[in-house]
Design a protein around this ligand. Structure first.
Ligand code: ATP
Ligand code: MG
Length: 362
């Protein structure tokens, strides 16, 4: 008998559609475990940290909460955000309160084109397109540095400073990560994105580090592109992209653009990685809590399920991860689509369609 490999997962459904898409991902993981016939097991513990919890208790994460999370192999996150709490309070209270202390400095966001899904790109339905946005996830524009009301001159004269922090070490580790990732891909190319013509300190440092690190990867093609030009390139020449590395803010925006080009924000997966493996990594769909459709059971679970596939990759279960991706392709390819992609399937129906495909390719 083979020994059972057990992976412990901390699940944080959070707000809005977070709960239903996390349930969808866990349903898929459960299927993977069943199919393994005892070889793989997922031990899931749910944490009820949400905006509702915050409004009742005054905090998103209770004392000792991070220590609890630390005991797990990975964190599976839904979404955070609600009309009753300012966005920056919920984001810093829960999501960034995990990514920052757990030093999840690499955020990868694949842009995946699925069969049967119409893309607004001219090369619509071109499933050959596929690239990954690598987002610096620990500093840059989201370093949280700055302050308000510095002028002291009273109403109407307020001044706010929002500082970007770029360190040589921070730039270097994410850029190296991007190059290492490019080496694992068919098209070995890294596109670096900055706005170094206008932001002459941090972004120029980034450009310099990129040029230096590139010398260690002569087998990888490179380009440096300004973020405005890269936005156009996403739309006009996406076939030229393989790995796109950018700062916290730029990569956040570009990955939303990428997911919209692929068909919907609801498709996009992401992993917040601590590549040093001192802390657990966190897997979450790129989309937010989607208050406009929350509670209706119609959200697209594909982004969350693909994020669960990235978690399987992190566990070293690459065959299983590929099977999940294939099951998603087979489901959409068969014309089974959620509402945001013009289909009829609700969250549970879409999930079950993917599970059925998973069972078929076992
Ligand atoms: P947050 O502040 O939590 O990041 P947001 O304002 O960025 O939220 P999202 O929650 O990401 O917004 O939603 C943006 C739009 O995309 C909404 O109209 C939402 O309904 C839609 N959307 C997002 N995720 C999904 C999904 N999984 N399925 C269907 N529609 C989705
Ligand atoms: Mg958002």
């Amino acid at each position: 008998m083979t020994e059972t490999q057990t992976f412990s997962i901390a699940s944080i459904p959070g707000d809005g559609i977070g709960g239903e898409v996390v349930a969808a991902g866990l349903r898929v993981l459960d299927t993977i475990a069943k199919q393994s016939e005892g070889a793989v097991e997922f031990d899931v513990t749910e944490f009820p940290w949400s905006s509702e919890y915050y409004l009742k208790n005054g905090h998103y994460i209770p004392e000792g909460g991070l220590e609890e999370l630390q005991k797990h192999d990975a964190i599976y996150f839904g979404a955070v955000g609600t009309a009753d709490v300012p966005d920056h309070t919920s984001l810093w209270g829960l999501r960034l309160a995990i990514t920052q202390p757990f030093d999840q400095w690499a955020n990868i966001r694949p842009v995946t084109f699925l069969p049967g899904v119409q893309s607004p790109l001219r090369k619509a339905d071109d499933t050959e397109l596929d690239w990954i946005v690598v987002r610096e996830n620990s500093e840059g524009e989201y370093a949280g540095m700055g302050g308000r009301n510095l002028s002291g001159r009273g109403p109407g004269n307020e001044v706010a400073l929002q500082t970007s922090l770029h360190t040589e070490k921070g730039c270097e580790r994410i850029i190296r990560f991007a190059f290492d990732l490019a080496r694992t891909r068919e098209v070995k190319k890294v596109s670096s994105v900055t706005k170094s013509n206008a932001q002459q300190y941090g972004m120029v440092l980034w450009d310099e580090v990129f040029a230096r690190v590139a010398q260690d990867y002569p087998d990888v093609e490179t380009e440096s592109v300004l973020v405005d030009a890269m936005s156009a390139k996403f739309v006009l020449h996406p076939e030229q992209l393989s790995v796109v590395v950018a700062s916290n803010l730029h990569a956040d925006i570009l990955s939303d653009l990428g997911s919209a080009l692929a068909g919907s924000l609801g498709l996009a997966a992401s992993a917040n990685l601590n590549p040093d493996r001192r802390f657990p990594s966190m897997f979450e769909p790129v989309h937010g809590s989607a208050p406009d459709i929350a509670g209706q059971g119609i959200s697209n679970p594909i982004g969350a399920i693909s994020s669960a596939a990235l978690m399987l990759d992190e566990f070293g279960l690459h065959t299983e991860a590929d099977r999940v991706r294939k099951a998603i392709e087979n489901a959409t390819g068969a014309g089974i689509l959620p509402r945001d992609l013009g289909g009829e399937s609700n969250t549970v129906e879409m999930t079950e369609a993917i599970v059925t495909q998973l069972e078929a390719i076992h």
